[in-house]
Design a protein around this ligand. Structure first.
Ligand SMILES: Nc1ncnc2c1ncn2[C@@H]1O[C@H](COP(=O)(O)OP(=O)(O)OP(=O)(O)O)[C@@H](O)[C@H]1O
Ligand SMILES: [Mg+2]
Length: 238
């Protein structure tokens, strides 16, 4: 089956991100410590961490399928999804941490780590001074305070109206439908559904970028705007 738009258009480089560009760029200068990427499902946490890691490494693309890339002795990067490696995450990180040189690890879905492992990870951060661990989660309340304290916090969320317009345009273009009229209608429908324009209210349920791209896909598959919006209430990675 054809790849869904949200996967096809995953921003691989920091420059591909809509919004957040300077924030992510700054993170590439960190020499050590943790970074906690948090926010609702589908708002770009995994993409952001991978893009930062790819930039730090400076060559190649880090993704979910290629869990390690390295350019030794200069820099190493790795990716681990906790849901696929529930118990051995800390051991994996230790294995992938070089004795010399810079490194960056991405630990995805970190809310799945048991508290003991989270404390182990905090201890690991205390002992390391030449690398960065990016921790991604949509449930920040499940991250141990000790681990949270050791991290720079990066909140990701829904895009602004202008950001969503840009995202929808990307989707249309990727499907060869540029200039298709439903774009403004789709944007309006999302804004209406999300009850206005308050992107600063963390409790507002606004569509994530993944929701938006799913809706574009639905419309490309012949759905009406209304049906597309109704169909995409965030259902996780699926
Ligand atoms: N800032 C952005 N600019 C452009 N596209 C984005 C942005 N944020 C997210 N996306 C789109 O949303 C998709 C989902 O992003 P990603 O998988 O990184 O989200 P996530 O927060 O890790 O989700 P989950 O909570 O399910 O793990 C991306 O593949 C991309 O298509
Ligand atoms: Mg993710």
């Amino acid at each position: 089956m054809e790849q869904p738009l949200w996967k096809l258009l995953r921003p691989r480089r920091i420059e591909d991100f809509i919004g957040y560009e300077s924030e992510l760029q700054k993170l590439t200068n960190l020499q050590s410590g943790g970074v906690l990427f948090y926010g609702q499902m589908g708002c770009g946490k995994t993409s952001a961490a991978l893009a930062v890691a790819a930039k730090v490494v400076g060559s190649g693309v880090l993704d979910e399928e290629h869990s390690v890339i390295w350019d030794p002795p200069r820099v190493w990067a790795s990716y681990v999804d906790v849901t696929l490696n529930a118990r051995g995450v800390l051991d994996l990180l230790k294995q992938k941490t070089p004795l010399f040189g810079r490194w960056i690890h991405v630990v995805d879905e970190a809310q799945e780590l048991e508290h003991k492992q989270q404390q182990g990870l905090a201890g690991f951060l205390d002992r390391q001074h030449s690398g960065v661990v990016c921790i991604c989660t949509s449930e920040v309340a499940k991250i141990h305070p000790r681990l949270q304290q050791r991290c720079t916090h990066v909140a990701l969320g829904p895009l602004t109206t202008e950001g969503n317009r840009q995202l929808i345009q990307r989707g249309w273009r990727a499907r060869g439908m540029q200039g298709a009229p439903p774009m403004e209608a789709l944007l309006d429908a999302f804004l209406e559904q999300s009850g206005g324009f308050d992107y600063t209210d963390p409790s507002a349920k606004l569509p994530s970028p993944r929701d938006v791209l799913r809706a574009v896909d639905e419309i490309c598959n012949g759905q009406t705007v209304g049906a597309a919006v109704a169909a995409v209430a965030d259902k996780g990675q699926g």
